[in-house]
Ligand binder design. Sequence first.
Ligand code: NAD
Length: 256
Amino acid sequence: MSLHGKTALVTGSTSGIGLGIAKVLAAAGANVLLNGFGDPTAALAEVAGHGGKVAHHPADLGDVAQLAALFAYAEAEFGGVDILVNNAGIQHVAPVEEFPVERWDSIIALNLSAVFHCTRLALPGMRARNWGRIVNIASVHGQVGSVGKVAYVAAKHGVVGLTKVVGLETATTPITCNAICPGWVLTPLVQKQIDDRIANGVDPQQAQHDLLAEKQPSVAFVTPQHLGELVLFLCSEAGSQVRGAAWNIDGGWLAQ
Ligand code: NAD
């Protein structure tokens, strides 16, 4: 399918899953606006070369004023956002009674509140152009819990709920809103959790295997490419009646 003429904003796309999704959407012909921290040069180079326009905006999505600036930039440079992929997210692992309050606040701000803000800022333009796709990268942790992840699990359950409401509020329009719930994907966010196991004396290969084997029956990682292809399907005509869904892609995690 061709996304030629459509503009995709992928939040948190300087690395990991967001970058993988941005590459698939760009290869399908979309203009792509990247966002995220760090030097974007390498990410821009990976996404460019497919004919669509590519740019990066460095907004910190935990800051509502910067969120507004991101959408003003998208309007001025791209004429608005047709495909919004709410992907940016962070993790912190600690038991609830030791969980740092500032970590709770920053995880809720980015993993949940930024999804609300981006959605409310993107929807008026989608309604005006009478087409849109909102894809929220939630997690299996939007549907089940894991110890030590109180803020992340609360935020991702919130994203799944938000997705249902936006899916209903747009149900009679050519705009859809869905969540994707990945299991383990080997990105910097997950590598940090593997590194914590290695720091506790576990062999690196064993640490990776144990992390997978505890939760993901396939004992294989989901890849950013897999997730990009699923986003692409949700952007297609065949995906137009998938609404308010929480679609797991998790090597069997949620089947247990
Ligand atoms: P990652 O750490 O590789 O990438 C996170 C991206 O978000 C980076 O581009 C980073 O710069 C950006 N970012 C961080 N804070 C930001 C902020 N305040 N404002 C703007 N951008 C910010 O992580 P990832 O593993 O690719 O995760 C992407 C999404 O996928 C997250 O929402 C995560 O919860 C979700 N997810 C990941 C996995 C996994 O196994 N990796 C599984 C399920 C869901």
